[in-house]
Each structure stands twice: as C-alpha cells, then as structure tokens.
Design a protein around this ligand. Structure first.
Ligand code: URP
Ligand code: ZN
Ligand code: ZN
Length: 461
C-alpha cells in the first residue's frame, strides 16, 4: 500500500515547509519539494493537500475506554473510541489500565489489551495503574514493563478506590526509577477531598455544583507537591496528568526548578470549559463533572500560556465517557456522579479553534503538545509524533478553512451528549492515515476496524 500526500504545508515542532510526502509499507520513505509521480508504486493513493496543513498523527496520552469506575463502566469500546479519535485526527491512544484493588496486575494488563485487540482502528498502548503494591505483586509490574508498557499511573485521589497509600506510592516510584519508567500521576489529596465531601453533603449541598468546592485548587497543588517530593527523594521521572489550575502548574514548575524531572499534562476540557458549566441548573451540571474539576476562567490563560511557553508539555483529553443516565447515579449526591467529560473526537479541533485561530499558540506548539511530546515522553519517538524518513505514516491532512459546529450528531462516541454542543468549529481533519492507510475523511471513519496495533515501548527514563 503506497500513499502520496501532495503539496501540503508540513508542520512539525521545528519545521514548517511545503512539500510532498510518500509512504510505502506503512512508513514514510520520501519527503521532497515535489515527488515525481513516475516513482509511485502501482495503485498508490494520491491525496491533494494544497492549502492544507500536514501534521504528524496526533497522540492522546490520556484516555479511558474500558473503565470500571464509580459503580459503572465507561460507555465507549475500542470501536467507538477509535472511530471518534480518527475522525478528530488522533491516530494513537494511550489508555489508562485501571484495575480494582483486588485484581492481579498482570491479568488486568491482559484484560485491557484484549479489549483493544480486534476492535482498535488506531494504534494504542497503555499506562499501567498501580493501585496496590504489596510485595507479592511487585514482580508482576516488572513483567508488565518487559511486555512493553513503559509507564505507570498512580492516583493520589479517589480514597477507598484507586488511591495508593504513601507507603506503596514510595515503593512503586522506587521500582519505576529502577526500571527507567515514568510515573504518570493524578494529583489531588484524597483525604482532604473526602473530608470536604462529607462536610458538604452533611450541609445538604448535594448537587453537581458542589463537586468543584470539594476539590479546590490548593488540594491539587498539594498533590503535585507531594508527588514531586517523592520524585525528588527517589529521582523518579514524573508526569502530572490533567493539571487544571495555576497553583498546580506553579507547584510543578517549582519542583522542576529544584531539579525534579517533572512534566505537565493538561487536558482540553480545562482549556475551554470553566466552573460555571458544572453549576448549570436541573442537574445539567453533571455532564461537566470531572476531576480535577473545571476551574475559574482565569486559569485557562495560564494553561494556554503554559503550552505556548512549553512549560506544559502535552494536551490530552482524559476522555472518560459516561452517558446522561449514568451521570444520574449522582442525583442525590455529587460524590456519586461518574467523573469524566468525553472529548476524544473534539480535542484537536478545539485546540485549533480556541488556541491557534485566535493566536494563543502557533501551529508548531500545537503539534508539539498534541503529538510529538507524548511520543518523546512515552518512548514512541520517532516512530510516532514525527514526519521523518522511517516514521510510521500516521498523517493528518488538516483543512484550516473548514467551518462547522461541534455536536453529538457528528460524534462517534457512545455518549449521548457533547460538552461542546453547538460551538463553532474552525478547522477539520480532511484525511487521516494510520501507517499509510486512510482511516478517516472529512470527519467520517472510512477505515478498517482491527487495523490498530499494540505499540511495545522500551523504558526511556
Ligand atoms: O474525571 C475524570 N478525570 N475521570 C476519569 C478518571 C481520572 O481521574 O482520570
Ligand atoms: Zn485522573
Ligand atoms: Zn484520567
């Protein structure tokens, strides 16, 4: 299978030029100002990209697809999530494996992998959550790393569920350092949240608008500081997921100043939605409950500026899809609303519409934050996240002139609402390829279910 992408404006974090890209056998084999059509293999597909951008396939470093959580299961599977990702220009997903405390870690890894095999249309890999770390399970994490999963995930939040004790957190981070794997972390102080939740519920404050007050910014900054203290003691490399607010960003940057190897991820809902969405009446706010919660609007500038300055390395989604009927589980208590705002399809177009078009960030910063940095941090570069000879031909031909509206109607996710319903959309992926095969066109999935491959990764930290 051969592919020629002709005359597009090729954008990487360091380059911006017009040219042709040719791919054969799943890889990029030529990048030239103009490729002679006589060299094309018989049957090669030609994509005209004049007037359009050509980006490396986008990588979402933080998604949940198979997710038993808060008494229910996330609504997507790899088929719906892949279609949604591809329609929005994302070609690689990194999913969080989130087992229960009673589950065996290696069996959980195999279970999560089995959910992707046969259904994935994007390439995929995982972050392995450590939700317990007794001596007898530790060797299983070594085996999981050997099997190609070179990053851990820890939760400082969710007391009584995914939350890891300090003793186990310290030991898990020590193993991560020994193995050279990075630890991704949800940083919010679980005990503080638990106490605040109980006080709010006892005062009759049960609606979704109280989710935010139960997890204020200082609780997140405290979590970041705590994780970074352990990282400082152990030398472990850490990656703070879904950093939502100025105090948390500041805590991470202060640790970096002290020499801690810490990277920051923020996720698209925090860039474009604010706390007032979770305050919407008639339980509508439940659609906007995620953790950390949506914040005061002023924090959004901190996030955009952080991406522009590259203090914030990545923009993910934290796609965690729950239908409206699932959100209803928290009718009587906001603590029971399944947390998550689905965004897997909308991420890139939101970054383009709200970041690039108004000049908050440039195209090169967009590629860096939405593709290249994730590839570099998680051992996928330059196979992914790059437009280079030998890289996988994961490419996005993007039409910046497209105008439309975000809507549930256009979404492949199994969720029955869009957090961005009716918002103006500026730009859209025209053609999306995975290893040289066209998988999406103009917002439609046109590819092959099951084409997605598990990406084995080596420790790089
Ligand atoms: O609200 C969220 N973030 N839901 C998914 C679980 C997590 O904390 O990432
Ligand atoms: Zn989280
Ligand atoms: Zn998450």
């Amino acid at each position: 299978m051969a592919l020629l992408i002709r005359g597009g404006r090729i954008i990487t974090p360091t380059e911006d030029f017009t040219g042709d890209i040719y791919a054969e056998d799943e890889h990029i084999t030529r990048i030239e100002p103009q490729i002679d059509p006589r060299i094309l293999a018989p049957g090669a597909e030609i994509v005209e990209a004049r007037g359009k951008y050509v980006f490396p396939g986008f990588i979402d470093p933080h998604v949940h697809i198979y997710l038993p959580f808060m008494g229910t299961y996330a609504a997507d599977d790899y088929e719906s999530a892949s279609k949604a990702a591809l329609a929005g220009g994302t070609t690689t997903l990194i999913e969080m494996i989130c087992p229960g405390a009673a589950d065996e870690p290696f069996a959980a890894f195999e279970l999560w992998k089995s959910k992707a095999e046969k259904l994935a249309a994007v390439d995929y890999t995982f972050h392995m959550s450590v939700v317990r770390f007794e001596a007898h399970v530790r060797d299983q994490f070594r085996d999981i790393v050997k099997a190609g999963v070179a990053s851990f995930k820890v939760f400082l939040a969710y007391k009584g569920a995914l939350n890891l004790s300090d003793e186990h957190l310290f030991a898990a981070m020590r193993l991560a350092k020994e193995l050279g794997v990075i630890v991704t972390a949800h940083c919010e102080n679980a005990d503080a949240i638990d106490a605040l939740q109980k006080a709010l519920l006892a005062a009759g404050k049960t609606g979704p608008e109280w989710h935010g007050p139960s997890r204020p910014p200082v609780v997140e900054a405290d979590g970041v500081h705590h994780l970074c203290t352990f990282a400082e003691l152990l030398g472990t490399h850490v990656y703070i997921v879904h950093t939502s607010c100025e105090p948390a960003v500041r805590a991470a940057l202060a640790a970096r100043q002290r020499g801690v190897n810490v990277w920051i991820e923020s996720v698209i809902p925090h860039f474009v939605l604010d706390e007032t969405y979770a305050e919407r009446p008639d339980f509508e706010g439940a659609k906007f409950v995620m953790s950390p919660p949506l914040r005061a609007k002023a924090n959004q500038d901190v996030l955009w500026n952080g991406v522009k300055s590259r203090d914030i390395s990545t923009i993910g989604t934290d796609h965690a899809p729950f239908r409206v009927d699932q959100k209803q589980m928290g009718r009587d208590a906001f603590t029971k609303i399944p947390n998550g705002i689905p965004s897997i399809q909308e991420r890139i177009d939101l970054v383009h519409t709200w970041g690039v078009v108004p000049g908050r960030m440039g195209l090169q910063a967009m590629v860096d934050a939405c593709s290249t940095q994730a590839a570099k941090l998680f051992g996928l570069y330059p196979r992914k996240g790059a437009i280079q000879l030998g890289s996988d031909a994961d490419l996005v031909v993007y039409d910046p002139a497209y105008r439309g509206k975000f809507s549930k109607e256009c979404s492949y996710s199994n969720v029955d609402y869009s957090a961005y319903e009716g918002w103006e959309q500026k730009g859209r992926a025209s053609v999306v390829t995975v290893r040289g095969q066209v998988q999406a066109r103009d917002g439609e999935f046109v590819g092959m279910i099951g084409r997605g491959a598990f990406l084995k990764r080596e420790p790089t930290h």
